[in-house]
Design a protein around this ligand. Structure first.
Ligand code: GSH
Length: 203
């Protein structure tokens, strides 16, 4: 049994989009929970098994899995024919896992630090800064059109996410802009946005 705990219009929307891209809707039950929102609405949901009350959470036979990168690795490994990741155990899978881990450990933290105007030599030493992260992302797209080369994968789905939420933060680089536009044009994304919108209106 696989259950995704999701809150519309949040980080868990990326996992709903992944489920759609993979065509595994019949295998993963999506349960909606509330989270505290920046505008003061919402609140922690007692039905949410996340230890910090966040989303997404995937529960697999009672095992609680948090963090988008881990959820992506788990789902794409469970459903290897979904076409959203290279085959487990290949060098390409290692690179795929690297980009997901780099997203969680470097790209998103530097994005948030940059947006918050926070800078400190310890942070730069340990995580680098957003400009350096963007340069690495840009270099990865030299071959393109996707992060892993010819095929769209869950790495693209996760890595473009901050720029989908905050388009004004999109780097001034045509290659990055085109890649983000290609990610934004995925039909699965439009379906998830519609789904989230109708759920929020109904709430
Ligand atoms: N590192 C986590 C972050 C999850 C996260 O921060 N989720 C936000 C939703 S956008 C949340 O649940 N916030 C509610 C809260 O902070 O209590 C991931 O990538 O999955």
């Amino acid at each position: 049994m696989l259950t995704l705990f999701h809150s519309p219009h949040s980080r868990s929307s990326a996992i709903v989009a992944l489920i759609d891209e993979m065509g595994i809707q019949d295998w993963v039950e999506i349960r909606e929970v509330t989270i505290p929102r920046m505008d003061g609405s919402g609140g922690r949901d007692p039905a949410n098994p996340h230890p910090e009350g966040k989303v997404p959470v995937l529960v697999h036979d009672g095992h609680v899995i948090t963090e988008r990168a881990a959820i992506i690795l788990h789902l794409t490994s469970l459903f290897p024919d979904s076409g959203m990741a290279p085959a487990v155990g290949t060098p390409e899978w290692g690179v795929f896992a690297m980009w997901l881990a780099w997203y969680q450990g470097v790209l998103e933290p530097t994005f948030i630090m940059d947006a918050a105007g926070v800078s400190h030599p310890w942070l730069t030493a340990a995580v680098r800064d957003h400009q350096t992260a963007v340069a690495r992302l840009r270099a990865a797209l030299d071959k393109g059109p996707w992060i892993l080369g010819e095929r769209y994968s869950a790495a693209d789905l996760l890595l473009h996410a901050p720029y989908a939420w905050f388009p004004e933060a999109t780097p001034e680089d045509p290659v990055l802009r085109d890649w983000i536009d290609r990610c934004l044009a995925r039909p699965a994304r439009a379906r998830v946005l519609d789904r989230d919108r109708s759920r929020m209106q109904a709430a």
